[in-house]
Design a protein. Structure first.
Length: 165
């Protein structure tokens, strides 16, 4: 798993058989307890290999190359995930699911094995108060000379940019 990101709710996935390169958004529907890279534990549920069925926001990638309609066009995709491969075997969550990784792939009954891939894992870096306290002031000045990280910690800015006391 070294160097690979865990897939979370909001990740984008794509199908190699989509006529136009369209993505859809993964929805975690099988658990409500385990979060990644989400300090408030409210947005980034961890996705597992149990995310099967219609677990995408729109459940479509546009038109499907595997479904020609006979007149030179294609029928619309109806994305249904039947199973995942390439998940992390060493961790099992409370839903008995294994963690999906950024290189995990899904099977669709029309496209076949591993036709759906993760485009973006869905995690975003969030700066917390502890990050600011642990920051090295000299290094931060080199990266962003306009911001005094020490001053931000002393003043007490929240992660959203508002002042607290």
């Amino acid at each position: 798993m070294s160097g690979k990101h865990v897939v979370v709710q909001g990740a984008t996935v794509k199908c190699k058989f989509s006529v136009e390169p369209k993505t859809d958004i993964l929805k975690v529907k099988t658990q409500e307890k385990h979060y990644a890279n989400d300090k408030d534990a409210e947005k980034k549920l961890i996705a597992t290999d149990k995310e099967v069925g219609q677990t995408l926001e729109k459940n479509t990638f546009g038109k499907c190359k595997m479904q020609p309609n006979g007149s030179g066009d294609y029928l619309p995709c109806q994305a249904v995930i039947t199973k995942w491969s390439g998940f992390y075997e060493k961790v099992t969550l409370s839903n008995k699911g294994k963690l999906l990784l950024e290189d995990s792939k899904a099977t669709c009954p029309i496209g076949g094995p591993d036709c759906i891939t993760v485009d973006k894992h869905g995690q975003k870096a969030e700066v917390s108060k502890q990050n600011a306290k642990n920051a090295q002031p000299e290094l931060q000045r080199q990266i962003n000379p306009m911001v005094d990280i020490k001053e931000l910690v002393e003043i007490g800015y929240t992660d959203e940019g508002t002042i607290y006391s």
